[in-house]
Design a protein around this ligand. Sequence first.
Ligand code: ADE
Length: 281
Amino acid sequence: ALPNHFDRPVHLAVIGGTGLGKIDGYVPVAALTPTTPWGAPSSPIMILEHAGVPIAFLARHGLHHQLAPHEVPARANIAALRSIGVRTIIAFSAVGSLREEIKPMDFVIPDQIIDRTKGIRPFTFFEGGVVGHVGFADPFDASLAAVVQKCGAAMRGDGVVLHATGTVICMEGPAFSTRAESNMYRSWGGSIINMSALPEAKLAREAELAYQMICMATDYDCWHTTDDVDVAMVMKYMDANSKNAKNLVGAVLDELCKLENTDMVLAKHWEGSAQGAVKFM
Ligand code: ADE
């Protein structure tokens, strides 16, 4: 069994699920089970070492994919990562495509979000006497996006198609959209759709962390009337492309490991962005 303690701060984290727990060259050295004032995270946090750099892995939907999107304890996840020293998060998500040119198995680095959750998920650390406000005009971290962009471009020869920007619609779920909604999101300028970008991205900002999502299209959502989305389709494309997904995330981590102690990975540019209002340890 792996130890449930690790004696150095872990600056880098990946929030993922399906197929992303084991990446070649990453050795598990600890499995942490921190508790937070917001409860326990979705799964034990695996610490993986790569080139001497520790990386935290957290399965958003739990080890057995037992948590529906609206059940993910997002505050506990972000707080738990923050409490072990995490400053930079790469988050992975399967998404539906709202654009003809974003084909299933394409990757998208979103730079914007439209919130279509229903306000029923606990969505903020700022309550119960803790008052704060954060800017969220640009919900992701541009310097991380640039690293992902570079890694994706270098993998073009392996058949990786990566779209450098995009607006992700985050809907409540767990049911998929109606056709009218899907068409409305297209008219709003949405590129892709998921159920996981929020409140995760917002909580990361409140925790003064650098956060970037990497999305992989698993379907065309239902506006595209060839084949309406269902779970089997999402899983089929996720499986078919899991090698590329692992390679892309692996390449991004390689790059970020080299930058482990730079201001970028330490997210110096986000320090103070939430007035340090929340105490995480
Ligand atoms: N995740 C994967 N495909 C999706 C879709 N079409 N809508 C919402 N979330 C998704």
